[in-house]
Write a protein that binds this ligand. Structure first.
Ligand code: PRX
Length: 654
């Protein structure tokens, strides 16, 4: 890279307008974006009402757009009736039944496709099977699945019968699974014997058995997909093979039409305090935003092949694998395995093989793939790509430029999409044919989304490059409805800070001279590890649950690939271990956290101390711990420290 490039990257002042060709073929051109933006500004509710009428096939049309009687428990299109799966599948059958809906590739390289007609039939057969097992509208079904086409089939089948799914990421531990099953009061688990990841088998059914060994009384059945074929235990009367459940079932299944406000799914995510929150999403509003952003942001056209690499265990895998693109009638790619298996060229090989035109991934994956060198992507044919996207954390300009030059060949716009589990769909992003992009900026809110930056008093921050709280000023259709079983926590977490005036995202942001947003990171004690949120509190609770640990504090430290890595300070029971003993205890505790929460939550480093730095009022000085973890010089006032001598131990010096 030339010096000139480097310098402009450091100043982050470069701007990349879309090519004339891209704009000419784009769904949304500059004039369309302007028209949508002014329509939304003129009348927020009518804007969303018009789109809801146009984009959704309603069984019963809605008469009221937004009900704010119980704000901030907003309701959208509440008296309208619809079915999600009908809107993702049946609506395409007449004109596009033979179009490929899913291209699936297994980790071993096997692949197959499903047309919209085949996908619909598979969804219906499973939906009929679930009904036969007594699953009814409103029942919760936990999915603990590998990233296969069947994961999407299971989600769609739940949606078809009005059951509320809650997908638990396959990398989470048995204990995490149990906590989520119990919190949701789930009736059923759908899992697989195992999944393939990095050449290993992920023992999903074994973990399910462990989870169900305690509590979980609400579970009546476990449906097991045959995937790895290794030996597992089947509990008589409780467990049933997927293949047996669907065998001989009709491929027609009358959808359950539900209110637009009917919960489509719960998805658990971390907060700064307490246990994970079951984020509850609606059916109608969620569908509307997931579908619209698939069209506006990803510019999906008839012949596109869209690959969003996210697992269905995360919100991205819900909105941009299982629902949005299917509602838009697109062809999607699903890949089961690890990005770097068997080598760092796997993603590019998949793009080449299946002619991927739109590729959406996370900055952490881009950084990891950059490490393999330019030759790896350059030796693959990526000429079909026309649009790239990122999500999950701020993308550093260096990674953005690499993505732009080496993957996009300076031809593909990059959509840096900002959103959250709670927002349901993309909130801020370039609309690629209609505006210029800038490295590291998610640019502007999409039409109908009122994003702003406010100060501590809730007053708008107008000056460029001044930081503040990122807030959303008006309700939007795909917003979360509540936290499952804890509406007080919903209000407290997202609305209380500014007395209900705004939705508070929990991120800080700035806006540059052009009004482009740049996300600075979380303001609470939430880590962003590889684009996934983890509460420091959860990792701390896991650590102190071990017999060897008295107290623990966890902070994030910048990490080249993962974004943030987990750094834990631990006060052990008894003698403080040093040398080999410390290394051994670190291994024990890392494995323990892996078992309690999942591998993603394992601390990268653990430092043992006789005590933690506290103020005289007993509060752990987290900011100080963060400084130490980063190896930075301590500039904070340490005079209030009760035990200043502890600092040397925390620095690892004694
Ligand atoms: O801090 C922001 C960051 O990820 C958080 C949301 O995490 P989660 O609910 O797990 O959803 C991730 C996928 C939608 C946000 O509060 N984040 C997400 N996208 C971006 C981002 N930070 C900067 N730029 C983004 N594009």
């Amino acid at each position: 890279m030339s010096d000139k490039n480097l310098e402009s990257i450091l100043h982050e002042s470069r701007s990349f307008p879309p090519s004339r060709d891209f704009t000419a073929g784009a769904r949304i051109k500059p004039a369309d974006l302007e028209a949508l933006t002014s329509e939304a500004a003129a009348d927020h509710e009518s804007f969303w009402a018009r789109l809801a009428r146009e984009e959704i096939d309603w069984h019963t049309p809605f008469t009221k757009t937004l009900d704010d009687t119980n704000a901030p428990n907003y309701r959208w299109f509440a008296d309208g009736m619809l079915n999600m799966s009908h809107n993702c599948l049946d609506v395409h059958l007449k004109a596009n039944g033979d179009k490929t809906a899913i291209i699936f590739e297994a980790e071993n390289g096997d692949s197959h496709t499903l047309s919209y007609r085949e996908l619909t039939a598979a969804v219906c057969r499973l939906a009929n099977g679930l009904r036969a097992l007594g699953v009814q509208a409103g029942d919760r079904v936990v999915l603990y699945m590998p990233m296969t086409a069947e994961a999407v089939i299971a989600m769609q089948a739940c949606a078809r019968i009005g059951a509320v799914h809650s997908v638990v990421f396959g990398g989470f531990s048995a204990k995490s699974l149990r906590d989520r099953i119990m919190d949701a009061g789930a009736k059923m688990v759908i899992t697989a014997d195992g999944g393939h990841r990095g050449g290993q088998i992920v023992a999903l059914k074994d973990a399910t058995d462990t989870a169900l060994a305690e509590g979980c009384e609400t579970i009546e059945h476990v449906v097991v997909l045959h995937c790895t074929g290794h030996d597992i235990n089947m509990v008589e009367g409780r467990d049933i093979w997927w293949s047996e459940l669907v065998d001989g079932r009709s491929d027609q299944c009358e959808p359950e039409f539900v209110s637009a406000e009917h919960p489509l799914f719960l998805l658990y995510t971390s907060g700064s305090t307490g246990k994970p929150k079951g984020i509850q999403h609606s059916t109608g509003g969620y569908l509307l935003n997931a579908k619209l952003t698939s069209k506006w942001v990803f510019d999906l056209n008839d012949d596109d092949v869209f690959w969003c690499t996210a697992d269905v265990g995360w919100i991205t895998g819900h909105s941009y694998v299982a629902y949005g693109p299917l509602a838009a009638g697109a062809t999607i790619v699903i890949y089961e395995g690890a990005p770097t298996y068997p080598d760092g060229g796997r993603f590019w090989k998949i793009c080449q093989q299946h002619g991927v035109t739109i590729f959406y991934t996370a900055p952490t994956a881009i950084r990891a793939l950059m490490k393999f060198g330019d030759d790896v992507p350059l030796s693959h044919d990526l000429s079909k790509l026309r649009l790239l996207g990122t999500v999950g954390e701020p993308i550093n300009p260096e990674a953005w430029m690499w993505y732009h030059r080496i993957i996009g060949k300076e031809r593909c716009p990059i959509v840096d999409t900002w959103w959250q589990t709670e927002t349901g769909a993309i909130m801020m992003s370039p609309v690629p044919g209609a505006m210029a992009t800038k490295p590291g900026s998610c640019t502007r809110a999409i039409p109908g989304i009122a994003a702003a930056i406010v100060d501590e008093q809730g007053e708008p921050v107008e000056a460029p490059n001044m930081g503040g709280y990122l807030v959303i000023e008006k309700p939007w259709p795909s917003m979360l409805r509540t936290i499952w079983g804890d509406n007080d926590r919903y209000i407290e977490t997202y609305w209380e800070k500014f007395n209900g005036r705004y939705y508070v995202a929990g991120d800080s942001a700035i806006r540059d001279e052009d009004g482009y947003f740049r996300i600075m990171g979380r303001i609470d004690d939430v880590l962003n590890v590889s684009g996934h949120r983890l509460g420091t509190m959860e990792v701390e609770s896991a650590l102190v649950a071990h017999d060897l640990v008295v107290e623990a504090a966890v902070v994030g430290r910048p990490h080249e690939i993962k974004g943030e890595s987990i750094f834990a300070y631990v006060v052990p029971r008894g003698e403080r271990p040093v040398g080999e003993d410390a290394a051994a205890m670190t291994r024990v505790l890392r494995d323990w956290v892996g078992e309690e929460l999942g591998a993603i939550a394992k601390p990268d480093e653990i430092r043992f101390a006789d005590n933690l730095p506290k103020t005289r009022s007993g509060k752990i000085m987290r900011r100080l711990l963060r400084t130490i973890a980063r190896g930075e010089e301590i500039t904070q006032d340490t005079s209030t420290l009760e035990n200043e001598s502890i600092l040397d131990q925390l620095r690892g010096e004694k």
